[in-house]
Structure formats: structure tokens, C-alpha cells
Design a protein around this ligand. Structure first.
Ligand code: XIL
Length: 357
């Protein structure tokens, strides 16, 4: 969308007297008006927080499990599948009429200890345990999970990221996971989800290039991959090169792939000042990203990795620890579930986006 339209929308909002911070309209409906699905990650640990679940239901059209779809949660032992936590999140989605995304079937983290022994055995054994897992998990939810992050963070700084799956099977791990997912649920959209590809930083640019080559290779081999997930764990200290990002998104769309923003949050660990200033810097940084991303019609959804600063993985991760000891404020709503400027930035980005079929 041209800047002039976005300027017009922002001006119209200002003239309308609607607080630029954000209209009262839920983010889910502002997004849906342009054919975009807005959602967030939730944890089964927080299902009992009625106020948070109300906010999620009001603002989101979909949810994705933060940890319950990972091996460590699903597979306490080789012979046991523990579906209860993921079923609880699926139950919330079903009860509230929310879409449910799946996350994630092949990742080098959140793996149970018993798996290491098998993956270091033979490639045949590794393939067998991967197919069995994908088949059981994907088949259980079928089309209710309309979209799975089949493979997560498979790229490292110089090619495939080393890890138990890649060490055991190489690129075959990726093709096996996608093929088994398609066989288990033919109508579910299958996503390659990647991180650290959003900013102007050198490693991010190199990873974007490598990712395009990887996706071209997978598609040329007939791998049933439907889209790219861009995690979008943004950092205010890492500038966005809007031209480079726009070109990358266009190249991915040119492959016929959907593009999903899967884990948006904005890390203000290096931003100085009081919370009000930090919140403005976070919102401005997000706008620079969203304005470009939502101009690309291949982008079909935007999910945040959480909805409220009450719970963020960054509070427990060194990347999110501030020198002043304050908690990072990476999400659209504060710990009291009040909308922050980031919610307004999302609202304006959705309002200014072009409609997509
Ligand atoms: C994170 C969870 O939010 C944490 O609770 C957990 O301890 C580690 O994993 N990229 C991903 C997510 O794809 O699965 C990660 O989620 C965050 C980074």
C-alpha cells in the first residue's frame, strides 16, 4: 500500500477523534476486515486466568500453544503421548471459536532426554520415530489445527543448524516431517518457521538468502510446504531495512508461498527511559516492520508470542534481561491487560493494510 493511503488512514483516525493509541475495535476484527488473521500464543499454565482468557477471546481470532505442541510436553517417555495440555488449549479454541495453530513438530530444542539415545542410533530409527510422532500428533487434531509449524529454526549461520535431528538425518529430517504431516492431515497448511531473518543485521541478511535457497530446493523436490513463518522476535536495537525486507517478502511470495508472522514481540531490553518512552519506541519499531510486511499480500496472519506483558518468555531469557532489572515490555497489552501503544501500532497497520483474498 502506498504511503499516501497509510497517511490518509492515520489522519482519518486522528480527525475522527478516535485515540490514535488504538480504536476500541478488537485487533481480530480490524485484521479480519483486510483478510488477515490476528492471534497469539498462550500457555496451558495460564488457562485459569479468566481476565487474560477474556482478552485473548476479544482480541484474537486464533491461538497457538507456547509449549504444549513440542516433544518435551507431548512425549514424557518413548511409549507415552501426553496430549492433555495440548487438548486443554484445543478445548479453549473449540469453546471460544478460535482458530488453532500447531507448533512445532521438528525443532532442535524442547526435546525429551530419551530421544537423544534413539537419534544417535541409526538414521532408520530416527526416521521411524519422527514419522510415528508426526503421524500420531497431526492425525489427532486433523483439520482442527489448520496450520502447523512443521519445522522450526532449521537454519544456522552457515547452512542447516546443527542439532539432534539434522545430525541424524540431515535435510531429510525436513522432507520427512513435511511428508508425514501432509499424509496425516491433507488439508492442514504446512509451514517452515524461521527466526532472525527480519533485521538489517548482516547475519539476518545472510539467513534470508540461505532461506530462499532452501525453500527453492524443498519446493523443487516436491516437499509439501505451503508457507514461511517469520517469527518476528524483533529487537529495538536491531534496525529494520524496509527495502531489503520488502524484497525478501516479495521473493517468498513469488515462490507461491503464504507468509505468516508467527511469534511477534518487540524486545526493549536495550531501550532507556521510563515505561512510557519504552512503549513508544516499541510501537514505532513494530510499525516499521508491520508497514512493510502488511503491504505484501502473501502475508496472511500476524500472531504475537503472548498478548500481555504479564507473561513473556523474554522475562526468563537472557535476551530479555535489562541492565536496570526492569521487565521487558514486548507485547500489545500491559500486565494489567491495558492496551499499550504497540496495540495501537497493530491497529493502525491492520487498518492501513490492503485487503487480501
Ligand atoms: C519458547 C517458549 O516461549 C518458552 O516458554 C520456552 O521455555 C522456550 O521456547 N522461538 C520459538 C518458540 O519458536 O517455540 C520459543 O518459545 C521462542 C523462540
Amino acid at each position: 500500500m502506498s504511503l499516501s493511503r497509510r497517511t490518509f488512514v492515520a489522519g482519518a483516525l486522528a480527525l475522527s477523534g478516535a485515540p490514535l493509541a488504538r480504536a476500541a475495535e478488537p485487533l481480530r476484527s480490524l485484521a479480519a476486515r483486510q483478510g488477515i488473521e490476528f492471534g497469539c500464543a498462550i500457555s496451558s499454565r495460564h488457562l485459569g486466568e479468566a481476565d487474560l482468557m477474556e482478552l485473548v477471546s476479544r482480541e484474537c481470532a486464533g491461538i497457538v500453544p507456547e509449549g504444549e505442541g513440542k516433544w518435551a510436553s507431548l512425549r514424557p517417555s518413548q511409549d507415552i503421548f501426553n496430549f492433555a495440555p495440548l487438548d486443554a488449549i484445543a478445548g479453549l479454541a473449540r469453546g471460544r471459536g478460535l482458530a488453532l495453530r500447531g507448533h512445532t513438530l521438528l525443532w532442535q530444542h524442547s526435546l525429551p532426554d530419551w530421544l537423544a539415545r534413539i537419534l544417535s542410533d541409526t538414521p532408520e530409527r530416527a526416521e521411524e520415530v519422527l514419522i510415528h510422532h508426526v503421524d500420531r500428533v497431526v492425525r489427532r487434531y486433523g483439520g482442527f489445527i489448520r496450520c502447523w509449524d512443521v519445522v522450526n529454526e532449521v537454519l544456522g549461520d552457515g547452512g542447516l543448524r546443527p542439532g539432534p535431528w539434522v545430525d541424524a538425518l540431515g535435510l531429510e529430517a525436513v522432507t520427512i516431517a513435511f511428508a508425514a504431516s501432509r499424509a496425516a492431515s491433507p488439508n492442514t497448511r504446512l509451514i517452515l518457521n524461521e527466526t532472525a531473518i527480519e533485521s538489517a543485521a548482516g547475519p539476518h541478511a545472510q539467513r534470508r538468502h540461505a532461506l530462499l535457497k532452501l525453500m527453492e530446493t524443498l519446493l523443487s523436490r516436491g516437499v509439501p510446504m505451503d508457507g514461511l513463518g517469520i517469527q518476528a522476535h524483533l529487537r529495538c536495537s536491531e534496525p529494520i531495512d524496509q527495502g531489503e525486507l520488502r524484497r525478501f517478502l516479495s521473493d517468498v511470495g513469488g515462490l507461491g508461498l503464504d507468509i505468516l508472522i508467527t511469534e511477534l514481540d518487540v524486545n526493549d531490553a536495550e531501550v532507556s527511559g521510563d515505561p512510557e518512552r519504552r512503549d513508544r519506541v516499541v510501537a514505532d519499531h513494530a510499525s516499521r516492520f508491520l508497514d512493510v510486511v502488511l503491504d505484501e499480500l502473501a502475508v496472511k496472519s500476524v500472531y504475537c508470542w503472548g498478548l500481555s506483558d504479564r507473561h513473556s518468555w523474554l522475562h526468563h531469557h537472557p535476551a530479555g534481561w535489562r541492565a536496570d532489572g526492569a521487565r521487558t515490555r514486548p507485547l500489545p497489552f500491559d500486565a494489567g491487560l491495558v492496551a499499550k501503544p504497540l496495540a495501537g501500532a497493530l491497529a493502525r497497520a491492520f487498518a492501513g493494510a490492503r485487503w487480501r483474498p
